[in-house]
Design a protein around this ligand. Structure first.
Ligand code: SAM
Length: 530
C-alpha cells in the first residue's frame, strides 16, 4: 500500500530506538510541551504547541530538540528542516523515515531551515505518529494525518488515530488473562495493542486494507527486542464477523463504526465511523451475531449508538434487541450502560462537524439537514450512546440482563468494575433472596454518606449514598437503607442486621426484609456492597 507506513522490521526497530532516545513518549511530550500546550492539544488546539516547538524554543535554546521536532512534524503536521529530523532520528536517518513511508522531502522556502550547506530541504509527515501508553507500556500509534494537520475535510477512507471512543473502550475492557481475543474494526490497532498485554493470541479485523496496514505497522513498532517480542496478532480483512466465522474467542472488543449516518444524501461516508448500514443496524447486528464467536464464558464488549423512537425508552429498544437475540442466537447475559443521550439536532451538530466541515458552511448546513431528515423518517427522538457487555454463560444457567444509566464520571480504568460487576450479577442471578440475606455484606470502602437537612432540624431530610469509584452511583437512601449501610461491616448477615433494625424501629421484620432485599441486590450488583 503506497500511502501507509511500511513494515520493515529492521527500520522499525531503529525508529523505536530513536523515539525512545528522544523521549517521544506520553510523559516526555507532556514535559516538553508543558501543561498549557499539552492541554490545548488535547482540545485539538495546536497553536500553543506550535509556538512551544518553534525552532530554538527548547530549554537548551537553539540546541537539538528531538522531542520538539518529532511533535512538530508528526503531530502538528508542520514541515521541519531535514537537518532537524536527522538529529531526531539519528539511527533510522531521514532516508529510513522516507523508506518507512513516514515522511516525504520537499524544497522549503529559501533560507528557512537551511542547513550549513545551504540546503532548504524540509521533511513533511505523510502520517500522524504519536506516543500512547498505559501504566506499563510506552507505545506509538501511526494513523492518517488529523484534521488539524490536513486543515480540511478528511478522505473517505481516513484511518483514525486514537480518540475519545478508543480510550473509552480501552478503559472499559475486562483485562483478564485470555487465550484468544478479537478486535473487530481495529483501525490503527489501538485495542489490539492493549490486548497484547493480557491475551495470548489476537485476531484483528477491518474492512479497510489501509487500516490493517497501519495496525500492522503499529504492532511492529510495539514489539520489544526480548523473547516473545512480536505479539501474536493475525490481521484479517472483511465485513464485521465474516473474516472470523466459525472461530471462537474468550474476549471480543470493538469500537465499531457505530455513527448513525444518513444514506443516499450524497454525504461523505467515512469508513472509520460508518459501517455502511442505515440507522443503528450495524450495532443491532453485532448484538445479534457476536454470540456466535464467543466461547462459553467469553465476553464481548463494544460501544454503540442506538435510536430511541418517539413513545419508547432506550430500555424498551434494548429489551427488543435482546429478546430478538435470545430467540435466535446463543444465550447471553447482557449489561448495557447508557452513558449519554442526545436529541437529533445535538447528534447532527456533532457528526456534521466531525470530518472537517465548518459550522456555518453550506456543506455543514446540508449535512445537518440530512441528519435531521434521516432521524425524522424513523421518528427518532433521542440517540443513546453507551458501552455494551455481553457474556456467554459457561454453563446452561439462566441468563441475566442489566440496563443501566451512568451519565457522570466513572472509574478509570473501568475494566475492573466491569469484571466485578459481571461476577456480582452472575452470582445474584443464581441466588435467591434468602441466600442474599444470609451473606454478611460490607459497605465498600469508596462509599460515603451525605446528610442534608434544614438548618436547626436534627433529622436529615435527604441522605445520599455516594460511590467514589465504579459507576460513580449516587442514590437517595431511606432510613432503613441508611441504617443497614451503617452496620454492614462484614460481621452480621443482612438478615440479622435487618431484623435488629426492625426491632429497634418497632417494624415488622418480614416487611423490612422485603423492602430492603431489592436494594441490597442493586448495591451488590454495582459493588457498593461487597
Ligand atoms: C471507530 S473506528 C475504531 C478504530 C479502533 N479500533 C479504535 O478503537 O480507535 C472503526 C473501524 O471499523 C472499520 N470498519 C468500518 N466498517 C466496517 C465493517 N463493515 N466491518 C469491519 N470493520 C469496519 C473502520 O475501517 C475503522 O477502522
Amino acid at each position: 500500500m503506497s500511502d501507509t507506513p511500511v513494515v520493515d522490521e529492521r527500520l522499525v526497530a531503529l525508529l523505536r530506538a530513536d523515539l525512545t532516545t528522544a523521549a517521544f513518549t506520553v510523559d516526555g511530550v507532556a514535559a516538553r510541551l508543558g501543561p498549557v500546550a499539552s492541554a490545548a492539544l488535547h482540545r485539538e488546539q495546536p497553536l500553543p504547541a506550535l509556538l512551544a516547538t518553534e525552532p530554538g524554543t527548547s530549554s537548551r535554546s537553539g540546541g537539538p530538540d528531538p522531542c520538539g521536532t518529532l511533535v512538530r512534524v508528526f503531530t502538528l503536521g508542520r514541515a521541519v528542516p531535514v537537518a532537524a529530523l536527522a538529529e531526531a532520528l539519528p539511527t533510522l536517518t531521514v532516508e529510513g523515515a522516507v523508506a518507512l513511508g513516514l515522511v516525504r522531502l520537499e524544497n522549503g522556502r529559501a533560507g528557512f531551515g537551511a542547513d550549513r550547506a545551504g540546503s532548504a530541504r524540509q521533511a513533511v509527515a505523510t502520517c500522524d505518529l504519536r506516543p500512547y501508553g498505559d501504566d506499563a507500556h510506552d507505545w506509538w500509534v501511526a494513523s492518517d494525518l488529523s484534521e488539524l494537520a490536513v486543515g480540511g475535510p478528511l478522505r473517505a477512507d481516513h484511518v483514525l488515530g486514537i480518540g475519545g471512543a478508543s480510550t473509552t473502550l480501552a478503559s472499559w475492557t475486562v483485562r483478564r488473562p485470555a487465550g484468544r481475543a478479537l478486535d473487530l474494526g481495529t483501525g490503527c490497532g489501538v485495542q489490539a495493542l492493549h490486548l497484547t498485554a493480557h491475551v495470548g493470541s489476537i485476531v484483528a479485523t477491518d474492512i479497510s486494507e489501509r487500516a490493517l496496514a497501519y495496525a500492522a505497522f503499529n504492532l511492529a513498532l510495539a514489539a520489544s527486542d526480548g523473547p516473545g517480542a512480536v505479539p501474536d496478532v493475525q490481521l484479517l480483512a472483511g465485513d464485521l464477523l465474516d473474516p472470523v466465522a466459525g472461530q471462537r474467542f474468550s474476549l471480543v472488543v470493538s469500537n465499531p463504526p457505530f455513527v448513525i449516518t444518513p444514506r443516499d444524501q450524497g454525504l461523505p461516508l467515512y469508513e472509520y465511523r460508518d459501517g455502511g448500514r442505515p440507522g443503528d443496524v450495524l450495532v443491532r447486528s453485532l448484538v445479534q451475531q457476536v454470540g456466535s464467536v464467543l466461547e462459553p464464558g467469553g465476553v464481548a464488549q463494544f460501544l454503540g449508538n442506538w435510536e430511541v423512537p418517539a413513545g419508547r425508552s432506550w430500555r424498551d429498544v434494548w429489551t427488543g434487541w435482546l429478546d430478538e437475540q435470545a430467540a435466535h442466537g446463543v444465550a447471553l447475559d447482557a449489561w448495557v450502560v447508557q452513558r449519554e443521550s442526545q436529541d437529533p439536532a445535538e447528534y447532527a451538530e456533532l457528526w456534521a462537524r466531525d470530518g472537517g466541515a465548518s459550522p456555518g458552511s453550506e456543506e455543514h448546513s446540508q449535512m445537518y439537514a440530512a441528519w435531521l431528515r434521516d432521524f425524522a423518517s424513523r421518528d427518532v427522538e433521542a440517540i443513546g450512546f453507551g458501552v455494551v457487555t455481553l457474556q456467554r454463560p459457561a454453563t446452561d444457567r439462566p441468563t441475566w440482563r442489566s440496563l443501566d444509566e451512568a451519565h457522570g464520571p466513572v472509574a478509570a480504568p473501568m475494566g475492573p468494575t466491569v469484571d466485578a460487576g459481571l461476577e456480582a450479577r452472575t452470582w445474584l442471578a443464581g441466588h435467591t433472596d434468602d441466600e442474599v440475606l444470609d451473606v454478611a455484606w460490607s459497605c465498600a470502602p469508596d462509599v460515603t454518606e451525605e446528610r442534608h437537612g434544614v438548618p436547626g432540624v436534627e433529622d436529615p431530610s435527604v441522605i445520599l449514598v455516594r460511590q467514589g469509584g465504579g459507576l460513580g452511583r449516587v442514590l437517595r437512601a431511606g432510613t432503613l437503607l441508611a441504617a443497614y449501610l451503617g452496620v454492614a461491616d462484614g460481621e452480621l448477615t443482612a438478615r440479622a442486621a435487618l431484623d435488629a433494625i426492625a426491632t429497634v424501629l418497632e417494624l415488622d421484620a418480614a416487611e423490612v426484609r422485603a423492602e430492603l432485599v431489592p436494594q441490597v441486590r442493586d448495591l451488590v450488583a454495582d459493588g457498593l456492597l461487597v
